[in-house]
Design a protein around this ligand. Structure first.
Ligand code: AQP
Length: 323
């Protein structure tokens, strides 16, 4: 099985990115051939700083490595280094129904957030994502819930291409985690945690910052620590975070805090997060001391990925009668 996933170099990674995606990638690479992208062409669909984006891409590679992505097992790439991504995106865009693109929740959300810059790239984002996935003929795409709709479109485009030009692509499936696929904001449990805004806990946050943020995190009415997404969305979100960082079952955590109230639960949760992030933070500090490393890993990744990408493009163009 082939796995593809990516992240945008659009700011500091947060525990939502980690618990919803990155942590799972580390497990998947043990069993499957994985390609993990730093998707910088996706990042430029929303405002970005030209002076910072390259540095942010390199920082994201360090994040991948610090989280446990092993470049000996997995291929790590920067999307803009491999022009076949955009080449395939153009081809797929000719198969993408406008109506489906208009229905994409992420497009609607991001268009609302960036009213001054609702560009065609933002609209076509899901087509580029489909190209990222299909270029490597991936079968599985581990993502958070916000990206599931895009994987569904990828399946549609694969099917359409296959029907029109002959079987070429597998129809990839999204892999969503039972817990963690949608970590919510600490200040508004109805919004997903996002890179922009200080309602998120960054993977590189200091213990002091984490303490402060959890202290400020909203809770629900009542005082019972109980998982109930509908009536207790804030506590359910905090319980999910506790569960994923500690590997303790939700029911056991509920039992532990029976009759104890939110304050004690939050105090312990803070320590669970600090402890959970410590190995990542220590590894990242070490990796930062070797700036050459990312260059080397990316050069190797590019070589391997480009070979696959060029083969796919050749097959696609041949089947379409272009070459
Ligand atoms: N809150 C979340 N809970 C679980 N998973 C999440 N992901 C994002 N937010 C959450 C997953 O992380 C991966 C990388 O996301 P991305 O870089 O494509 O960024 P995004 O989806 O646009 O999310 P962000 O972090 O909120 O970034 P900004 O603020 O730039 O929009 C994906 O698998 C995503 O599903």
């Amino acid at each position: 099985m082939i796995v593809f996933s990516g992240m945008r170099p659009s700011g500091q990674l947060h525990i939502g990115n980690y618990l919803g995606a990155l942590k799972n990638w580390v497990e998947l690479q043990k069993k499957h051939q994985c390609v993990f992208g730093v998707v910088d062409y996706h990042a430029i669909t929303t405002p970005f700083n030209p002076k910072a984006i390259k540095k942010d891409s390199m920082a994201l590679v360090l994040d991948y490595l610090a989280a446990g992505i092993d470049p000996k097992k997995s291929i790590i790439i920067v999307q803009s280094h491999i022009p076949e991504h955009t080449e395939l995106a153009w081809i797929l865009s000719t198969l993408a129904p406008l109506g489906e693109l208009e229905r994409m929740t992420q497009f609607k959300d991001k268009a609302k957030q960036n009213k001054e810059n609702v560009n065609a790239g933002l609209f076509c984002y899901p087509v580029l994502m489909a190209a990222d996935i299909l270029l490597y003929k991936a079968d599985l795409v581990p993502v958070g819930e916000d990206q599931a709709q895009h994987v569904e479109l990828t399946r549609t485009l694969a099917r359409k291409f296959n029907n029109k030009f002959g079987k070429t692509f597998p129809e990839p499936k999204a892999q969503l985690l039972k817990f963690g696929a949608r970590i919510m904001s600490l200040t508004d449990p109805n919004q997903k945690m996002s890179k922009t805004g200080d309602e998120s806990i960054a993977l590189i946050d200091s213990p002091e910052k984490i303490r402060e943020k959890i202290k400020k995190a909203v809770t629900d009415s009542g005082k019972e620590v109980k998982y109930d997404e509908k009536n207790k969305p804030a506590i359910s979100n905090l319980l999910t975070i506790y569960h994923l960082f500690s590997d303790k079952a939700i029911a056991d955590i509920e039992k532990k805090y029976q009759g104890k109230g939110y304050a004690e639960f939050k105090k312990d949760l803070t320590e669970v997060i600090i402890r959970g992030l410590k190995p990542f933070q220590e590894r990242r500090k070490k990796l930062e001391k070797n700036p050459r490393l990312t260059e080397k890993i990316l050069a190797e990744g590019q070589k391997k990925a480009q070979k696959i990408a060029q083969e796919t493009i050749k097959e696609v163009k041949t089947k379409m009668g272009l070459i």
